[in-house]
Design a protein around this ligand. Sequence first.
Ligand code: PLP
Length: 415
Amino acid sequence: MTPEDTTSPDPTTRLVHADRHFGVEQGGVHMAIHTSVQYGYERVEDLIGVFQGTLKGKFNYARQGTPTTAALESKITQLEEGVGTVCFATGMAAVTAVFFTLLRAGDHLVASRYLFGNTLSLLTTLQGLGVGVTLVDPTSTQAVADAVTPATRMVFVETIANPGTQIPDLAGIGELCKERGLVYVVDNTISSPALFLPKCVNASLSINSLTKTIAGHGNTLGGAVTDTGLFDWTRYDNIFAGYRQGDVKQWGLTQIRKKALRDMGGTLSSDAAHRISVGAETLSLRIAQTSATALALATFLESHPAVARVYYPMLPSHPQHHFAKEYFSAGSWLFSFELRDADTLVPVINKLRLPIKATGLGDTRTLIIPVAPTIFWEMGAAKRAEVGVAEGLIRVSVGLERASDLIADFEAALA
Ligand SMILES: *Cc1c(COP(=O)(O)O)cnc(C)c1O
């Protein structure tokens, strides 16, 4: 029996039974943590077959994957309903892999201006290597279309932006990319495949920082790139001749696996893959709970006189609320808000007892951080204004605490 034979439409049912259909040893119900770096073969013909790609599903050297990371890749592929996944040591390694293996000097990329700060920083490195980058407001498909040039190869957006929670016109951009033959990359980290399938809006590749929603416990780093199977790689000149063979749907991922995982080496360890797999089993439960709590807390804060604005996709006041309702089954655990009096920023945060003053997202514990003086400090005030980060903005990553406990805590801190 293969994991695909567990045919329940419910992803959790499929996920919790995936390992035992993988040929785990000794009847163990979890995939073992494989620590071997080398994988040996009785017959040298088989070793040659692994190198030449004629012997599939086997292992060679752990930098390119182990049975443990392969089991996780298969689960992420199932969650995203894609055709394959490559895992990386971090979300940033996955993002880097996509840019550096699929774009070349002279190519042009159109990206959201509301990206994760480190991704925005990475784009300046990419520009230094000769790739043109145009940042646009992706809530408008027209803005994306206007930025496309004959050199454009790729469009990159995030489903729910951090910290401002802006939502792109995901379907409109998908249509545009299909018409123009552009690789459409959607960073699904904040929503996760439990709330949204990028495949449904014609995305070519879906990226997840596994560190956040999927692993969910703030105890491991990881990233993944999943191919939805929708992009026609025969039309993409940047695929090297050596990878233009076999199943066309795997060409892009083959290049990403060889050029990024094998050559650049941002490999996920088996230990981390195991922790991510265990975390993923409760993905649907956690996201339902944290989304409900985030909505309750955001609704409370919006009605509080000390609060100027709350940014949460499921609030009717959110500028892209219509997109949120159209695309997502719930709003996820991220929201941000601005205090009316920016001078109270520090004392209010210090008065909170439950939220932990820390960076990071998608933990079981609620985390809180003032955005401008920390994660967006390096870019400076002018750039912050450009990407929509107000100086008094506070970001909250909602955990598993009871909603009424969190509301009482915020109520006391704001009093
Ligand atoms: C955190 C994050 C990343 C990077 O993930 P790491 O695992 O921390 O490297 C990429 N994209 C988004 C949207 C993120 O929130």
